[in-house]
Design a protein around this ligand. Structure first.
Ligand code: G6P
Length: 471
């Protein structure tokens, strides 16, 4: 059952991610308990984890907490401890103050601090050490995302028997931007510890291979890197998706439809509901879309009596400066616009700084006539796919930034360049005014795409390719 006496749990399939897939719940008696979080990744990997005797290595999400490995909902969880200083330097600092903006086309200014880098190395080593302890001989290890890019190489050094995969959930930027990073070579070498490095889009994989060739002078051929010791590393695209069936089912529940109707009623039964749902992040283009909506009302093209914009912004990384500044900017813009264009009892913009369970999200998706997804840069954007999955009547319209990874698959969306506010206004109007027939034609094609390419298939493709990398 994965317990090997006092040595702790072991596993033949291990997911390594910055966060464990659990949320803390406070029980009435004051003690704490854990509940598996309903995220897409855990949904996809649960069956593999159960079938293959799996474990998940990650951080519980708050500083200075040390827990023994525990089993939750049949999943073996192996917590990694981070001190408060490490949370500041490794998580808020290097991961979210350096790598996040750098990898998102420098839409915010990345900061380079040597102490942050040192903490990144230390914490990556801790994740690698913990994983090496848990991994059975010849186990398969799947490392996730930009917080842990050094782990593949660190693991390989200790455990050459392991089969190691890595998936980057965010964009991999062009070489010209990547070069800014003082530790660029170390990170590329870290990733090359894997047998298979996965990206959201072919463009990201190509950026990576080109960087390896030009900076490290390793031999490359299309998606393959050959290292000086003869080992091969594959770099390929695996666009991530959602639990399409799960969202479909949720949207089909009568309670969801009832809640959607109730939401519209609370909004004053408008003719058109525009919706944005994002983590509160400067990559998401939240300011741009609210500004566009405000101008449409001010220009008289939208009547605030029968159009509303609902923006849900989930609190995120609240101790990082750029996130605080953005929150203030949004507060100010929404306040000003509602003050300028609102009437008594009718704020044209309903802004919610809060996170909601999946049921409420599904009801919001059902309540929305036009979903507005306008990131300045986004690895994929699963909100766009969730909206599609919920529109079983083939109605509704998706306005989508061409800079979201999802734009490559959801080609029938109303595509926008979010930097072009006039273009964005035009596309929002077009999405609203298009005929029902035109909308449902677009929606049908996109629904088929999301139904066929769900998260199970994503995980399957990656793990099959990983399995095939070496004899
Ligand atoms: C993005 C990243 C994930 C991250 C998530 C939430 O989707 O790709 O790695 O977990 O944002 O951010 P947080 O910093 O709260 O984990």
């Amino acid at each position: 059952d994965g317990q090997s006496g006092s040595a702790g749990p072991t596993a033949s399939f291990i997911v390594v991610a910055n966060r464990l897939p659990v949320d803390r719940v406070e029980l009435p008696d004051g003690t704490t308990d854990w509940r598996t979080s309903p995220g897409g990744l855990v949904t996809a990997l649960e069956p593999v984890m159960r079938a293959k005797h799996g474990a998940w290595v990650g951080w519980v999400g708050s500083p200075d907490e040390t827990h023994d490995p525990f089993v939750e909902d049949g999943l073996q969880l192996v917590p990694v401890t981070l001190s408060a200083q490490e949370v500041r330097d490794y998580y808020e600092g290097f991961s979210n103050g350096t790598l996040w903006p750098l990898y998102h086309d420098v839409v915010a200014h990345p900061e380079f601090h040597r102490e942050w880098w040192d903490a990144y190395v230390t914490v990556n080593q801790r994740f690698a050490d913990r994983t090496a302890e848990v991994a059975e001989q010849n186990a398969v290890v799947w490392v996730q995302d930009y917080q842990l890019q050094l782990v593949p190489q660190m693991l390989r050094t200790q455990r050459p028997d392991l089969r190691i995969g890595f998936f980057l959930h965010i964009p991999f930027p062009p070489m010209e931007l990547y070069q800014q990073l003082p530790w660029r070579n170390q990170i590329i070498e870290g990733l090359l510890g894997a047998d298979l490095v996965g990206f959201q889009l072919p463009g990201g994989a190509q950026n990576f291979v080109r960087l390896v060739r030009q900076r490290l002078k390793y031999e490359t051929q299309r998606d393959t890197v050959r290292l000086p010791d003869g080992r091969k590393v594959l770099a390929r695209a695996y666009p991530i998706s959602i639990d399409t069936e799960g969202f479909n089912k949720l949207a089909a529940r009568p309670e969801t439809a009832a809640r959607a109707a109730e939401i519209r009623h609370h909004l004053g039964d408008p003719k058109t509901v525009f919706l944005g749902i994002d983590r509160l992040d400067y990559t998401k283009g939240i300011m741009q879309r609210i500004r566009a909506f405000g101008e449409l009302v001010r220009d008289g093209l939208l009547d605030p009596e029968d159009c509303v914009f609902v923006q849900v912004a989930t609190p995120s990384r609240e101790r990082v400066d750029q996130y605080r500044l953005l929150r203030d900017d949004i507060d100010r813009l929404v306040g000003r616009l509602n003050g300028d264009i609102g009437r008594i009892g009718r704020p044209p913009i309903t802004y919610l700084h809060s996170s909601y369970p999946r049921e409420e999200m599904a009801a919001l998706y059902l309540a929305a006539d036009v979903m507005v997804v306008t990131p300045l840069r986004d690895g994929m954007n699963l909100v766009a796919k969730e909206y599609i999955a919920c529109r079983q009547a083939d109605d509704g319209a998706l306005v989508l930034s061409e800079f979201a990874g999802a734009a490559k698959e959801l080609r029938q969306a109303y595509m926008v360049n979010p930097y072009d506010i006039n273009g964005l206004k035009d596309r929002m109007m077009e999405a609203m005014h298009d005929s029902d027939r035109a909308k449902s034609r677009r929606m049908r094609v996109m629904r088929r795409q999301v139904a066929e390419h769900n998260i199970d298939r994503w995980a399957q493709l990656f793990l099959d390719d990983l399995q095939a990398t070496r004899p």
